[in-house]
Ligand binder design. Structure first.
Ligand code: SF4
Length: 98
């Protein structure tokens, strides 16, 4: 994060994906939205969301967890219209609209 333009999100992405180091969870807009829909956090601020998530999840899953939420957020759990009717985790989701 000493490099210009590199914040916590970018640092976590690079460390996790390029170096295999789970130093944090990259909270982008998808991780932010889905973490709230899964009731894993009530926070809005990415740094506070990350703090809640790292307390809940095993460290070895941090990078993979962010990637899974980003993928699910892009394909199914979209911001304006989540596709709950075809969502593979709808039976586990407290926000499912079915
Ligand atoms: S059930 Fe709906 S709100 Fe829950 S994760 Fe799936 S698409 Fe998102």
């Amino acid at each position: 994060m000493a490099l210009p333009g590199v914040g916590p999100k970018t640092a976590n992405v690079v460390l996790g994906n390029a170096f295999g180091r789970n130093e944090g969870i990259a909270v982008d807009t998808h991780v932010q939205r889905l973490s709230r829909r899964f009731f894993l956090t009530e926070e809005e601020d990415p740094e506070k969301i990350e703090r809640d998530l790292v307390a809940l999840l095993p460290r070895e899953e941090w990078t993979r967890f962010a990637l899974l939420l980003q993928d699910h957020g892009r394909k199914t759990c979209k911001a304006r219209k989540p596709e709950c009717a075809v969502c593979p985790v709808a039976d586990l989701c407290p926000s499912a609209e079915i």
